[in-house]
Design a protein around this ligand. Structure first.
Ligand code: GLC
Ligand code: CA
Length: 560
């Protein structure tokens, strides 16, 4: 399925979504322009200087907006009740156009989130579908009769499929007298992609947003669009805690029909040069991701996002991914997003949440150096550039719906904790809102905020800015091949990136002691010179033979 020729070679042959860096914005939490406590599109437009267009901007190339469509917010926007609108709490279509224009003026691309596996149960399509078994919309969702009753006299669901958000994937609908299927909440019924009318409507949504000028789409849980045509039950297996893992998910995702739809989708997107898609692989493995990567279509495989702070595990996982992807497939690299614990918190040593700030910030800088120098497109999650931590909100106080359903059979990490308001300054509401933010600002917002870090040359923000600048200026870091190195010292992740006569040697000390490493031999007549370090090394100094990395040092050298 891949077209190697389109994806290899110097960056002249690459597209922005390969050479660039994407920044994910969770609109609810980025910036609130009208003081109602909820972030909005106008707030994003006001803060674009932070991202691009000014000498001290972060220097990213694209933003990805999590959903801003009309939604009753059972899953904070991932339950859409109008695919073509903007929810009034985020602004209007005019605000959206203003945002896109403002982005394009400063060279920023705009990627929007499309949630096409399911709609909101408030969507008029679902309302019409549940109202009648024979109407125009009858077959727009996945409806089935009950095959009988349970011992307790309740309607028995059509098969054993589970919802990712806990419980059965089937909900009995009294008005229609049938079950409907939902991979997520009952308020998120799955659309029936086997119905040509549904397919046409959803591809029409893609077309409309392309016409409105967006540069790409992040496709929510795209590998779930198709389920087994016969709705066969999944085979059971011995799992871990949580009923989801007690079956092999053979029939409720990754069906071959998906390829067909992806082809249709791409034929629409491909009519506009420079547009792209990135699919969120739902609960899948590297091999699934490799299957689904296509020209101008990236896949989030999420292999890096779950790893502990260990050079060995990153080395192992990167090697496994390189082996499966080969040199053609272009990876998407992610350490944090709106569904997972923030990596600055994940990587904080246990028991050192407060005391270990230096260590934790040091790790965040090493992680940044890794994310921005690995082969592939880096996706940053708002706030990670200042080392933002998880909020601490127990499930009992959660707004995140699955967290409110959590229990022994359904363990769940409250995602509110990764969705905290962006702290812009040390003022009230952290400069996020003049009102009461929908989630509390973090307890460290007075120190950990954009303004404070902007004026500190040793901050995490300054580190991201330097790394992004270096990345832009170095062909090997943008488009180069990647060779993982075993360089002796345990606790060090090292690799070389090469493109033509450019090369970069990266050594990341995950440990809190010094580590001595061998430096690879440079090409004849050239030397490895320091291009970036988290320590006091002098930029431009030669590094040869062996060098001693400081605790938590990230070192990038380039050939000169
Ligand atoms: C994706 C989204 C997540 C959402 C789910 C259902 O995994 O990233 O936030 O809850 O899909 O739409
Ligand atoms: Ca607002």
């Amino acid at each position: 399925m891949t077209e190697p020729a389109a994806q290899l070679g110097p960056s002249a042959g690459l597209d922005w979504w390969q050479t660039g860096v994407v920044y994910q914005i969770y609109p609810r939490s980025f910036a609130d322009a009208n003081g109602d406590g909820i972030g909005d599109l106008a707030g994003i437009t006001e803060h674009l200087d932070h991202l691009a267009g000014k000498p001290d901007s972060l220097g990213v190339d694209a933003i990805w907006l999590s959903p801003f469509y009309p939604s009753p917010d059972h899953d904070f926007g991932y339950d859409i009740s109008d695919y073509l609108g903007v929810d009034p709490k985020y602004g209007s279509l005019d605000d959206f156009e203003r945002l896109v224009d403002a982005c394009h003026r400063r060279g920023l691309k705009v990627v929007i989130d499309l949630v096409l596996n399911h709609s909101s149960s408030d969507h008029p399509w679902f309302q019409a579908s549940r109202a009648s078994r024979s109407g125009l919309y009858a077959d727009w969702y996945i409806w089935r009769d009950a095959p009988g009753r349970t011992l307790t006299g309740r309607q028995r669901p059509p098969n054993n499929w589970r919802s990712w958000f806990g419980g059965s994937a089937w909900t009995w609908d009294e008005p229609r007298g049938q079950f409907y299927h939902h991979t997520f909440l009952p308020q998120q019924p799955d659309l029936n992609w086997r119905n040509p009318a549904v397919r046409e409507a959803l591809l029409g949504v893609v077309q409309t947003w392309l016409d409105r000028g967006v540069d790409g789409f992040r496709m929510d849980v795209f590998n779930v669009f198709f389920k087994d045509a016969q709705l066969r039950s999944n085979p059971r297996r011995i799992g871990r805690r949580g009923a989801w893992s007690w079956q092999r998910h053979l029939h409720d995702r990754n069906q071959p029909e998906l390829h067909d739809v992806l082809r249709d989708l791409r034929s629409i997107v491909d009519t506009r040069p420079g547009r792209m898609t990135v699919g969120e692989l739902f609960d899948g493995m590297l091999a699934d991701a490799a299957q689904l990567i296509a020209p101008r279509h990236l896949v989030f495989d999420f292999t890096l996002i779950g790893l502990p702070w260990s050079a060995a595990s990153f080395a192992r996982t990167l090697a496994a991914r390189d082996a499966v992807f080969g040199p053609e497939r272009w990876p998407a690299n992610v350490l944090s997003n709106h569904d997972q614990p923030r990596h600055a918190s994940r990587f904080t040593p246990p028991g050192r949440v407060h005391a270990g700030l230096t260590v934790a910030d040091g790790r965040a800088k090493v992680a940044a150096a890794m994310l921005l120098t690995l082969r592939g497109t880096p996706f940053l999650y708002y706030g990670e550039e200042i080392g933002l931590r998880n909020l601490s909100i127990p499930n009992g106080q959660a707004l995140d719906p699955p967290a409110r359903r959590a229990g022994f059979l359904f363990p769940w990490w409250n995602r509110d904790q990764a969705r905290g308001p962006m702290p812009w300054d040390g003022g009230p509401g952290a400069g996020f809102s003049s009102g009461r933010p929908w989630l509390p600002v973090g307890p460290d917002a007075a120190q950990r905020n954009v303004a404070a870090e902007a004026s500190d040359a040793a901050s995490i923000l300054a580190t991201y800015r330097r790394l992004l600048r270096l990345r832009r200026s170095n062909e090997a870091l943008i488009s180069g091949s990647q060779e993982l190195l075993a360089r002796g010292a345990a606790g060090v992740l090292a690799y070389i990136r090469r493109a033509g006569s450019d090369a970069a040697f990266v050594a990341l000390n995950f440990g809190s002691g010094r580590a001595r490493i061998d430096v690879p031999v440079a090409s004849p007549g050239r030397a490895w010179r320091v291009a970036f370090s988290t320590t006091e090394r002098v930029i431009g100094d030669e590094v040869a033979g062996a060098t001693s990395l400081a605790p938590l040092e990230a070192l990038v050298t380039t050939l000169a």
